[in-house]
Design a protein around this ligand. Sequence first.
Ligand code: HEC
Length: 107
Amino acid sequence: MKTTVAALALATPMVAAAQAAALFQGADLALGEKLIAENKCTACHIRRVGGDGSAIYRPQGRINTAGALRGMVDYCSTELNLGLFPEEVTAVAAVLDRDHYRFEHKR
Ligand code: HEC
């Protein structure tokens, strides 16, 4: 966690970025991973795009900020009737950010 925060501070000195960084800060990544597995997110995405399903996540597409990513997960979870709590939505979005979008988890 400490290194992530330090890397973010170096990589994203802008105020807007700093605010966005707070979105996934302290998110429960283990919970997010569990929810993604439980809700078969990947299985459905694979049916759509093939491969390992990750091609569905397009960081260069319309989902281009951490806030938009979280919003999309929120929308999906509502559409799919997953009944996720706000902190669970954040946890799922934080895992997708770490593994695919990297708005906050800079390499
Ligand atoms: C019933 C099938 C299905 C399930 C289940 C599903 N998705 Fe999706 N998801 C889709 C489809 C189809 C798209 C692509 C929509 C489009 O064409 O823009 C998508 C797109 C997305 C995107 C946007 C990708 C991008 O960059 O534009 C995110 C984020 C996402 N899904 C997250 C999730 C998460 C998290 C879960 C599990 C909680 C989940 N999805 C479960 C079908 C599904």
